[in-house]
Unconditional design. Structure first.
Length: 94
């Protein structure tokens, strides 16, 4: 399993615009082979912080995802609103 968290600090006032497009990206991604979970969260302590949690069957499934046009379009859409982005690979503890 390949799981990670992406934390994005959005420019102030842009979260609603980004979240309006998120369901489209989410639906397309969840339909991909190897996608186990693809979820968006807004940080309760910082309304300009978007957290994405993704779980894939393996790294190959994520690599396939990154080559899809809908993924490229989603990234191109939200990137201009990003102040910072942190990508963290995680594993189940224990």
């Amino acid at each position: 399993m390949y799981k990670f968290i992406i934390t994005i600090e959005m420019a102030p006032g842009t979260m609603d615009k980004v979240l309006a497009r998120a369901p489209e990206a989410q639906a397309a991604t969840r339909a991909e082979p190897g996608c186990i979970a693809y979820d968006f969260f807004v940080c309760t302590d910082d309304p300009d912080k978007l957290v994405m949690v993704e779980t894939w069957k393996d790294e190959a499934a994520h690599a396939f995802h990154m080559e899809q046009q809908h993924t490229k379009d989603w990234i191109a859409f939200h990137e201009p609103f990003n102040r910072s982005l942190v990508f963290e690979t995680i594993n189940v503890a224990g």
